[in-house]
Every structure is written in C-alpha cells, then in structure tokens.
Design a protein around this ligand. Structure first.
Ligand code: GDP
Ligand code: MG
Length: 163
C-alpha cells in the first residue's frame, strides 16, 4: 500500500526543489521569480522499497496578502484532507516568518503525522540557525538541503515508517 505525502509551506522555501529531487523528474516548476500561479503537482517516489505519492502544493497568488493568506490556508486544508502525512517546509536562510507561524498554528491541530522540514541547511552555520524552529511548537525538526540532498535520508527513514 502506498501513502500520500503533501508538502506545504509558504512560497520560496524550496518545496518544488525538494519535490523534483524526490521524483527525479523535472515535473514541478521551480520559480525564479515570485508572482506565478500554479496548481498542485503529483508525483511518485519510493524509499527503501516503499512507494508513496508526493504532492507539491503551489498555486499561490502573490502580490496580495489577503489572497495569499486565504490560499495558503486552502492548500494546508487540502493537504490535511488528502494526505496521510504532511511535510511542513520552512527555510533556514530566512528563519521563522509570520506565514510560518500561521501554518504551524493550523498544523498543530492535525492528528496526522506532520514533519517539520527545515530546508536550505546547506552548511554547518545553517544547522545552528535551524534551532530557532523549535519555537514553532511542532517539536523535532528535520534539517535538509534540497539542493545538495543532505539530511533527506533521515527524513525519508522517518517518513516511510508512518506510511
Ligand atoms: P517553493 O516556492 O517552496 O516551491 O520553492 P522553490 O523550490 O521554487 O525554491 C525557491 C528558491 O529556493 C529557488 O531559488 C531554489 O533554488 C532555492 N532553494 C531550494 N532548496 C534550496 C536549498 O536546499 N538550499 C538553497 N540554498 N536554496 C534552495
Ligand atoms: Mg513551488
């Protein structure tokens, strides 16, 4: 049996980069510029022989905070309904933002497994910076670099255990 895993988080944290790495195909679109509206992307992946479906959430309309807030909430609600596990991605380069706190608030109420993934941990300094994400109140986090792949093995080991 395969599970469904949704990646949620504010724009530019690296969701599509992670998704692309996982599905090993250039199916998701990585934005060079903000302000693009996109739909959700679905892909298949596997780890240690366990197959799962991955959803890259996007479709955010940038440029209006009101629309943005509503859209990110909608994406998180969809993910909560649809997925067996949720990867909540944040960004060690920028640190915690108000958007991250809003998403964390929604996810703290969820019964399904939620993995806090701190992306852009490309070096030792970023690994130190990442400790601030304990303040999101979601417990343990997984530091990863979607660019160089570091940390993704530990995350996937934990993820497939709950699928
Ligand atoms: P999304 O909006 O969450 O889907 O984010 P994208 O995947 O489009 O990535 C946004 C930007 O962050 C792009 O310029 C990526 O190259 C960059 N990025 C993604 N992952 C990493 C990472 O692990 N390290 C660094 N340094 N940059 C990353
Ligand atoms: Mg994206």
């Amino acid at each position: 049996m395969s599970g469904i895993v949704a990646i949620v988080g504010r724009p530019n944290v690296g969701k599509s980069t992670f998704f692309n790495r996982m599905i090993q195909r250039r199916e998701a679109i990585v934005d060079a510029v903000s302000g693009v509206t996109r739909d959700r992307h679905y892909g298949k992946s596997d780890w240690n022989g366990k197959e799962f479906s991955l959803i890259d959430t996007g479709g955010y309309v940038l440029g209006s905070d009101d629309i943005f807030e509503k859209e990110i909430d909608r994406q998180v609600e969809l993910a909560i309904d649809e997925a067996d596990a949720i990867l909540f991605m944040v960004d060690a380069e920028t640190g915690i933002t108000g958007m991250d706190e809003d998403v964390a608030r929604l996810l703290r109420k969820v019964e399904k497994p939620v993995f806090l993934v701190v992306n852009k941990v490309d070096n030792a300094q970023r690994l130190e910076d990442a400790v601030e994400f304990y303040n999101l109140g979601l417990g343990e986090y997984y530091p990863v670099s979607s660019i160089n792949g570091s940390g993704t093995g530990e995350l996937l080991d934990a993820l497939v255990k709950v699928l």
